[in-house]
Design a protein around this ligand. Structure first.
Ligand code: ZN
Length: 144
């Protein structure tokens, strides 16, 4: 089982809205079936037309780094051995206007630049409350 950030790292609490994102092994984004608007995070109502015919669609799993922060200060003791690490906001290909936050793994953190192309990789974990398998999206750099 691959845990990029370590076995002790907290896992997300699953909800009806975030389960596809954290369990499918794909970058699942919510789309409105009425107006085709993509939105992240998911909600009960379309942000564009206020419709409720919403469904998750798998995107290609690639994107571009819109913002990157190189973290040097461990704000929690669990992060003491993890710094430096990079937190990114990725614009998701195939889902206009949708950004997701994550880490870029598998490279020196200082090598991540705004505009870099990335693809999703999935960190395997188990929900400690339910035992459900999780596939937590992270990102790795790709060469164009
Ligand atoms: Zn809509």
């Amino acid at each position: 089982m691959t845990r990029y950030l370590g076995d002790e790292f907290l896992t997300p609490t699953l909800t009806e809205q975030n389960t596809p994102f954290f369990t499918s092994g794909r970058i699942q984004i919510q789309f409105c079936d009425d107006c085709d608007h993509a939105q992240q995070p998911p909600d009960d109502v379309c942000y564009s037309c206020q419709g409720t015919n919403l469904a998750f669609r798998a995107t290609p799993g690639t994107g571009s780094v819109e913002s990157a922060v190189l973290v040097h200060h461990p704000i929690h003791p669990a992060l003491q051995e993890r710094v430096p690490y990079v937190v990114v906001v990725v614009s998701v290909d195939g889902a206009p206007g949708c950004n997701v936050t994550g880490n870029v793994v598998g490279c020196p953190p200082e090598s991540v630049e705004i505009g870099a192309r990335v693809r999703a990789v999935f960190e395997e974990a188990k929900d400690p409350a339910t035992g459900q398998d999780l596939l937590i999206p992270q990102w790795e750099l790709v060469q164009d």
